[in-house]
Design a protein around this ligand. Structure first.
Ligand SMILES: [Fe+2]
Ligand SMILES: [Fe+2]
Length: 368
């Protein structure tokens, strides 16, 4: 929600309003090699932003399906940002670089493999498989690699190339806005990935497998970018660029590992949330039409299933974290059935039942 509010306040810029008149003059003053490297990077950004705009939609749909409203709100700004980035780089190509013809020659094999194959594949797979592991693989590709490693490497090259003097003011202003937008996108990507890895042990292996698979491709894109130049214009260097991008990536990776460890420590075992959802589904069915909802105080040791709609007569079923961490949903449901928990919750005067785990068994208190 904070990112959504930031986006409205800080993300309100219009690529059309940038004054590019000085940039057109500055462009003519660069050497042939300098213009080529800037043009190459702008072409790649434009193509990448176009993919990012097109390929975000399946993630939006996965979030909508899970009814995560706050994230839906943020994602509307995310998608609009990507559209503006596409527009921005296109405008620079047309008006500053004066290149509206076929620029495909700048797209190297590794670049195409990532942005025309791996990224759309990972995102579109979400339509059929919006599982936590599927979402994580999509985010690693889109956010960690696309916006992260490669976006960072690209902005590093732009800022090194345009650091001297005050040339290209309109372009630099647009880059500043776009990069600030990307920071929000990556903060969201990291937020969502952290939640996924904390929830489910399998997600972590999907994340690291995907990362291992994509890193060579990513580094291929960076080195293919530098290949045609000797010496590099603007004093650019492959090593500096890679080191800069890897350093930023390492801090995000460390944050993810931390989230994973925190998740392990808090959740005990994987799949806990699913167990709780399954129990809620079963109890809800038994108690219909009486509403039921589950709450947990932060990472507290108890899940409270509230029965009824907030009046004094409502009952509650308390299930400890121990129970959901060490038993399957089927075991818990069998115990609740054996102890006639739904009937007792519905009965007048029966306010509170507690389900605990002791000596490997599920116990309902008080006994009937
Ligand atoms: Fe973007
Ligand atoms: Fe982005």
């Amino acid at each position: 929600m904070r990112l959504y509010h930031d986006a409205k306040r800080l993300g309100a810029w219009d690529p059309r309003s940038l004054d590019l008149r000085r940039d057109v003059d500055d462009w003519a003053r660069f050497t042939v090699a300098e213009r080529d490297v800037l043009l190459r990077l702008t072409v790649l950004f434009q193509a990448a932003e176009e993919s990012m705009t097109r390929d975000l939609l399946p993630l939006v749909m996965a979030v909508v399906r899970e009814e995560r409203l706050e994230e839906q709100l943020f994602l509307t700004t995310f998608l609009a940002d990507e559209a503006k980035h596409t527009e921005f780089f296109r405008r620079v190509l047309d008006e500053v670089c004066r290149q509206s013809g076929d620029l495909q020659r700048y797209q190297t094999p590794s670049f195409r493999r990532l942005f025309a194959e791996r990224l759309p594949d990972a995102m579109q797979r979400l339509l059929a498989d919006p599982s936590p592991a599927g979402q994580a693989e999509a985010l690693v590709t889109y956010s960690l690699v696309g916006e992260g490693v490669l976006g960072d490497a690209g902005y590093h090259v732009f800022s090194t190339a345009l650091a001297r003097g005050d040339s290209m003011p309109g372009f630099r202003e647009g880059l500043r806005h776009a990069q600030a937008d990307e920071d929000r996108h990556m903060a969201y990507g990291l937020f969502l990935l952290s939640r996924l890895v904390a929830q489910d042990r399998e997600v972590w292996s999907a994340v690291s497998r995907r990362m291992e698979e994509l890193l060579p491709l990513t580094l291929g894109i960076v080195s293919e970018f530098f290949e045609p130049y000797d010496p590099m214009p603007f004093g650019l260097s492959l090593d500096d660029t890679v080191q800069d991008a890897i350093a930023r990536f390492a801090s995000r990776w460390a944050a993810l590992e931390e989230a994973k460890e925190r998740g392990r420590a808090l959740a005990g075992t994987p799949g806990t949330e699913q167990v709780v959802r399954d129990i809620l589904g079963w109890v809800g069915d038994q108690l219909q039409p009486v509403p039921i909802e589950v709450r947990r105080e932060g990472t507290g040791p108890v899940y409270t299933f509230h029965v009824g709609s907030g009046r004094a007569s409502e009952g509650a079923l308390l299930i400890t974290q121990e129970v959901v961490a060490h038993h399957t949903a089927a075991d818990v449901i069998a115990a609740l059935r054996a102890h006639r928990v739904p009937e007792r919750l519905r009965a007048a005067g029966r306010r509170r039942l507690t389900c605990i785990s002791a000596g490997g068994k599920i116990i309902v208190q008080p006994p009937e």
